[in-house]
Design a protein around this ligand. Structure first.
Ligand SMILES: [Zn+2]
Length: 457
């Protein structure tokens, strides 16, 4: 194949490690990863020097909320934030949009809302809710990459949660069609037991009350139940946004027994600690909650060990009034953290402080999520045959997170004012530069992201 362009760096993150290399591209794909000076005669080459050339980030946990709640986020703003954050593929969650992605019609409404408006590639995720198990195969055939369910209140009326008996029905169906199930793992029983009595407005501003209302036991018992059913039905099961480190031994036992299970954690659980959340700072509210410092360090250990194998943002913004920015009421505020653009610097800042490497970042943020949804090979690695999706970034540079820099529709984020390591300089999607930080308008061209279908990856 005729090489159309080359991209080279002294630090290319490949599956075999970081090295100086020249990446040969044609028709939007990587043709070969060659030595640094192997530029074909007459071929245009972009040399990014010592900047890191890494696979585009794959973020499989993003709430775009479009259609229906696009005043919360939306495909245009979310994919601008993605491009600016080095994310070249995102998977949209099935809830918060209206309709939710719990039927073929819901999936088609999503496709329609996304068409022509996305700057990065988007995969869709279906939902398992009470009563729709018979629909799952059709939703999967229509292009969903996975399914998500809740085991407790989701926060929106259109997306109910499943109890164990119906989870069994759903997991049996999903095992038959070979689709992964993503589970929000908190059980209602322990949440109800921990629900606080009526709090005064002053008390409701205290993070400790909110933290106590979402005990670790709710996560532990949910993870245990999901893995038990995964063993029984051989369903590929994945725990989203694991926060309680006390659930890790359950994951370890399941992995040791070779069950088809995995778990992700999120940048906020790795960046913040309950002890440091200021009173009334509802930008930190999410479920399960940000826990204690000691808990955070155990999550980092689990990443190093490979027990947790992916970090995704769970980007879930909401307007300021829903976040109760005025009252600072933790109990009433919408739970969800906006961080799609900030996943890389947040995780890298914590990783470098703990001696982790660029290879670790690519494993957790590119390869792991791509494997979960079955697109690894096409996405998530710099290797021959993959899409030419890249993030070019400077791991030594720092920047201070300020609202005007953020592309999310709502700029409320707990990272505001923090100084983080890791600056995204440019982002490429299928060989074309879609973002360049130092330009007056950093976004290049019209939105050219694709809606991924399982047939075309
Ligand atoms: Zn979520």
């Amino acid at each position: 194949m005729k090489i159309e362009q080359c991209l080279r760096s002294r630090r290319v993150v490949t599956p075999e490690g970081v090295r100086a290399a020249c990446v040969h591209l044609a028709k939007g794909r990587i043709v070969a990863v060659e030595s640094w000076d192997a530029v074909p005669d007459g071929c245009p080459v972009e040399d990014v020097g010592d900047l890191v050339l890494m696979p585009g980030i794959v973020d499989t946990h993003v709430h775009v909320n479009d259609p229906g709640r696009s005043d919360w986020e939306g495909f245009e703003t979310a994919t601008r934030a993605a491009a600016a954050g080095g994310v070249t593929t995102l998977m949209d969650m099935p809830l918060n949009s209206i309709p939710p992605t719990t039927s073929v019609e819901g999936l088609l409404a999503k496709r329609k809302a996304a068409e022509g408006r996305i700057r990065v590639d988007v995969a869709l995720c279906g939902g398992l809710v009470p009563g729709n198990a018979n629909e799952l195969a059709r939703i999967f055939d229509a292009g969903a990459f996975a399914f998500k369910c809740f085991l407790a209140e989701s926060g929106v009326d259109e997306f109910g949660y499943v109890k164990e008996a119906y989870l069994e029905v759903g997991m049996r169906h999903l095992a038959e069609i070979g689709a992964p199930l993503l589970v929000h793992a908190e059980l209602p029983g322990p949440l109800e037991e921990a629900a606080p009595p009526e709090l005064s407005p002053e008390e409701a501003r205290r993070y400790a009350h909110y933290l106590a209302s979402r005990p670790k036991r709710a996560e532990e018992e949910a993870v245990d139940m999901v893995f038990r059913l995964a063993e029984r039905f051989k369903t590929r099961a994945h725990i989203v946004h694991l926060s309680a480190a006390t659930a890790l031994p359950i994951l370890r036992r399941a992995r040791d027994a070779s069950l088809p299970v995995s778990a992700e954690t999120c940048p906020h659980y790795l960046s913040f600690a309950a002890e440091e959340v200021p009173d009334g700072a509802t930008s930190y509210k999410c479920a399960p909650p940000i826990r204690e410092r000691e808990n955070r360090e155990v999550l980092w250990d689990a990443l190093r060990e490979g027990l947790l194998d992916q970090v995704v943002t769970d980007h879930s913004p909401a307007p300021a009034d829903l976040k109760c920015v005025g009252s600072g009421d933790f109990m009433r505020a919408w739970g969800g953290i906006a961080s799609l653009q900030l996943g890389l610097p947040a995780v890298w800042s914590g990783a470098r402080a703990r001696g982790r490497s660029l290879e670790d970042i690519a494993r957790w943020m590119c390869e792991g999520p791509a494997r979960l949804v079955g697109i690894f090979g096409r996405k998530g690695a710099i290797q021959a045959g993959a899409d030419a999706d890249f993030v070019v970034w400077d791991p030594e540079a720092t920047w201070t997170i300020e609202a005007p820099r953020l592309e999310h529709r709502h700029k409320i984020t707990p990272y505001e004012g923090r100084s983080l390591h890791g600056v995204v300089v440019a982002t490429y999607l299928r060989g074309e530069k879609i973002y360049q930080r130092d330009r007056e308008d950093p976004f290049l061209g019209t939105p050219r992201g694709s809606l991924l279908g399982r047939g075309n990856v």
